[in-house]
Design a protein. Structure first.
Length: 477
């Protein structure tokens, strides 16, 4: 039995009798992953969305999942047993109203996972403001490499798998724990539903201001998430990036990690960092481990450290964990190198929070110090398109040489928009060349006119950017 709504009333239905499922917002990274889990479970799945973009569009086509352009009541005119409601949907949306009026059972995917897909699994949740997609992907890959056949659900596409989710026969289910709103009828964070047995918290920085009205509200969401664990010794928290959370917890039972010497697992030395990867030394429980990873950047060193510690808690041998690390190929849109030769590099990244933008560009500049970095940024999330981080974004691009700022989409009602002209001027005062408010054609004209050898172009957005990176890629091919 699973919890659902019929009309406005909460009730239960027998999920074993559910065959035909409709997924709203199916081209979202999360909802496409939900569709793949349902498909793996033998359900008949179809879905709709307002827009379809690569790479999710390509995955849905490869999986032969039927999709419909546009969210509209007509999509419901077939035999449906269940609707999975994405948080793209509002209560007043015509299709939401039609679902209720037709009395089709509906639920959110976190509730469905809690009720059914996590019932007989050991749930491992990776949470945090930044770094969770790479960490979830890495952990899923490692457990797969170690022959555990894990199920996984990731807010990105791990290159090792080529898909963002899988329902498998192993005992572990690895989930990216998003703290954002579950659905219009469930105003709670998604990760509260995931029945965590083990967890990693990669970082804490205030985000999702449309859902969490204060920083305290944001921190308290993580505190409640932590309270869901039966054994808090199974929670791994980054000491460097989660100081405000750790202050509130006032508990020394957690396994902390980082460069901070107060951590229980301390990253002692970084012996090598370049585009081929990194080598560092980790000290934990009086033992020293030399860890080689195929990615660069201090944040990635921390991400790999957290996975090493969790797998060690699960009693995997360090030498086997390190073998798994070497085979990790990364995640699409997470410092994904789309093109590279001696003169030009094109990198696509998901960074949108100012802290993530800063960390990403800093890491790239440190290891591409002979290259000029051109950062192309789209403030597209519900928070980044507002003026909330106006000041923080002015400093986020300190490690780029040139910056292009795309215009943000409209903000939600009641929120003041990011002032792009003001941001442009504040970045220019820091000695940077900035182009702002331009469309993709104007960007391509600018790149063609100014591009010189030894340039690294970095696209930064949580959206498709009108497939701008693909247009840039054609310049090099």
């Amino acid at each position: 039995m699973i919890n659902v709504y019929i009309g406005e009333e909460k009730t239960k239905i027998d999920y074993s009798k559910v065959k035909n499922i409709y997924v709203q917002g199916i081209c979202g990274t999360a909802m496409s992953g939900v569709a793949k889990v349902l498909l793996d479970d033998g359900k008949n799945v179809f879905g709709a969305d307002n827009n379809f973009y690569s790479p999710i569009k390509d995955i849905l086509q490869k999986l032969k999942i039927e999709t419909i352009q546009g969210l509209k009541p007509e999509n419901l005119e077939r035999n449906l047993d269940l609707v999975i409601v994405g948080n793209i949907m509002s209560k007043s949306h015509p299709e939401s109203i039609a679902v209720r009026e037709k009395r089709i059972p509906y639920t959110s995917f976190p509730q469905l996972f809690k009720d059914y897909y996590l019932r007989n699994k050991t749930s491992i949740v990776v949470a945090g403001t930044n770094g969770k997609t790479t960490t979830t992907s890495l952990l899923s890959h490692c457990l797969n490499y170690l022959n555990e056949n894990p199920s996984f659900f990731v807010g990105g596409i791990p290159i090792n798998f080529g898909v963002n989710s899988k329902l498998d026969k192993g005992k572990y289910f690895v989930l990216e724990g998003d703290e954002y709103e579950t659905a219009y009828f469930e105003k709670t964070p998604k990760f509260w539903h995931f029945n965590p047995s083990f967890s990693i918290i990669t970082s804490i920085a205030y985000d999702h201001i449309d859902f969490f009205k204060t920083y305290d509200d944001y921190l308290n969401a993580f505190i409640k998430f932590i309270e869901l664990h039966n054994d808090k010794k199974n929670i791994i928290i980054c000491q460097d990036n989660s100081k405000d959370l750790l202050k509130k917890l006032k508990d020394d039972i957690f396994l902390t990690y980082g460069f901070n010497k107060r951590s229980k697992a301390v990253i002692k030395k970084v012996l090598k960092q370049d585009t081929s990867g990194s080598i560092f030394e980790l000290k934990f429980e009086k033992e020293k481990y030399l860890i080689e990873i195929p990615m660069m950047g201090l944040q990635n060193i921390k991400n790999f450290t957290s996975v090493f510690l969790l797998l060690k808690i699960l009693n995997f041998l360090p030498e086997n964990i390190l073998k798994a690390f070497k085979e990790f190929k990364g995640v699409k849109r997470r410092q994904e190198v789309l093109f590279k030769n001696d003169d030009f590099i094109l990198i696509d990244d998901f960074a949108h929070h100012p802290e993530a933008v800063y960390i990403t560009l800093k890491g790239l500049k440190e290891h591409l110090n002979t290259f000029e970095i051109l950062a192309i940024f789209e403030p597209r999330t519900n928070t980044s398109r507002t003026k909330f981080f106006q000041k923080e974004y002015s400093k986020a691009f300190d490690f780029a040489d040139k910056i292009i700022l795309l215009p943000p989409p409209p903000t939600k009602e009641g929120y003041k928009p990011l002032n792009l002209q003001m941001l442009k001027e504040s970045i220019e005062k820091r000695g940077k060349e900035v182009l702002a408010g331009v469309n993709s054609d104007e960007i391509m004209h600018y790149i063609r006119k100014t591009l010189k050898t030894k340039t690294a172009i970095v696209t930064l957005s949580n959206g498709p950017m009108n497939e701008l990176h693909q247009k840039i890629l054609k310049l090099f091919l």
